[in-house]
Design a protein around this ligand. Structure first.
Ligand code: ADP
Ligand code: MG
Length: 390
């Protein structure tokens, strides 16, 4: 295990004990998912997932299409039965409980509002079915509509609302029964990008105001990073890594996570020096040595990858002395994005390295920005690379 990974794990256990202490007990897990498996025929849609969710947490399951996110959510809601494994919510085993018997509510991407009912009737529907008294329904619906700022639209039908307003009504309907667990499957998937970004923080505010524990599913990493307190990265039915947005970004534990979250430059290589405070990786792709000032534990010659984020790659026009963490190349492409540019630099061996350069970089140095075809030098500090073994 690399030290970076170990560091990430330390951070995450430190965080959890902190929150556990705040919650006032050793039992920090509100929802416990243990060894949950779901097979469809021969296909392992969910592959032995263990996950603990804390009370009032907003947790995002992030992964590409088909990796098993919805299947896991549907098992929590009781719409699919696990092939094996256990789901315990607030001390109660969910096994054998029908969806309507679970203190769980799932909000779907298409909202599934009743078209012939008003906003008020839509939100109150579940309470009416539960035979809650008229006055109490009116009161709880009004409170919920206030919370999502839809009170003045109470008499409208869904088709008279914008997409964002429908989303808020669906959320109010999901929360009015005070579920212990709110499940959101691609909650903003039906909205266009700009509205989605506006709605993300609004949704977080509402969930936090209600104080409900929430698991959301998304394939959009920005959405997960913006909304969630912790993220679980899923691939092919497996949960690869769990951590805060910062932990996942700074200390990915595998290539999949490093490449899935944000952009990175990945250099394949072999360990040539492994000392407690220093690792050197010989990388043909780089045409040189990557020096890292924190250790990994592994035999010499071990096959590894070094992940270096584009914002950590420095670009220079002047030749740098040869050495570790430096390579010469040629500017292949420049994406000018106003306050910064993304340079694509082709190294001698053909590998293209991305570097994000603030526009002020050249001005501050009294230089002009390099342009297409110019010889340049890429480099990074030795505390930057994250060594990955898988
Ligand atoms: N009812 C089903 N029957 C057979 N295969 C299914 C069923 N539901 C999902 N799958 C398969 O399980 C895998 C995971 O699906 P899903 O959980 O919907 O992925 P995601 O939500 O991450 O896109 C996919 O390969 C999908 O085709
Ligand atoms: Mg899905």
């Amino acid at each position: 295990m690399s030290e970076a990974v170990a560091a990430a794990k330390n951070i995450s256990s430190a965080t959890s004990s902190h929150v556990g202490a705040q919650a006032g007990g050793a039992e920090a897990s509100y929802l416990r998912i243990s060894a949950v498996v779901k097979k469809f025929g021969d296909h392992l849609a969910v592959d032995h997932i263990d996950l603990d969710i804390r009370k009032k947490e907003i947790f995002a399951l992030l992964g590409s299409s088909g990796c098993g996110k919805s299947t896991l959510l549907r098992m929590l809601a009781g719409m699919e039965t696990p092939t094996s494994g256990r789901i315990i919510l607030d001390g109660q085993d969910m096994q054998g409980l029908q969806p309507y018997e679970r203190p769980v509510n799932m909000m779907f991407q298409n909202y599934a509002l009743f078209p012939h009912m008003t906003v008020e009737q839509n939100v109150g529907f579940g309470l009416k079915q539960d035979k809650v008294g008229k006055d109490e329904i009116a009161e709880r619906v009004a409170k919920m509509l206030d919370l999502v700022q839809m009170r003045k639209y109470a008499g409208r039908k869904p088709h008279q609302l914008s997409g964002g307003q429908q989303q808020r009504v669906a959320l109010a309907r999901s929360l009015v029964k005070r579920p212990k667990l709110l499940l959101l499957d691609e909650p903003l998937g039906a909205l266009d990008k700009k509205l989605r970004q506006e709605t993300q923080l609004e949704l977080v505010n509402t969930i936090e105001a209600v104080g409900v524990t929430c698991i959301m599913v998304t394939h959009d990493q920005e959405e997960a990073m913006t909304m969630a307190s912790r993220i679980g990265i899923m691939s092919e039915g497996k949960l690869l890594q769990v951590g805060t947005p910062t932990e996942i970004y700074e200390y990915p534990n595998c290539r999949f996570t490093a490449e899935f979250i944000g952009e990175t430059n990945m250099f394949e290589g072999a360990v040539v020096v492994d000392e407690p405070d220093k690792v050197e990786i010989n990388s043909q792709e780089l045409g040189g040595v990557i020096h890292i000032d924190h250790g990994i534990t592994g035999p010499k010659g071990m096959h590894v990858w070094a992940s270096i984020r584009p914002e950590d790659v420095r670009l220079d026009k002047q030749a740098l002395p040869p050495g570790p963490n430096v390579a010469a190349g040629e500017v292949k492409d420049i994406a000018y994005l106003g306050s910064y540019s993304i340079y694509h630099v082709k190294l001698a061996g053909g590998k293209v390295v991305k570097s994000i350069v603030p526009s002020s970089r050249w001005y501050d140095a009294g230089e002009t920005a390099p342009s297409w075809g110019d010889p340049v030098y890429v480099s990074w500090r030795s505390d930057v690379p994250v060594v990955l073994t898988m």
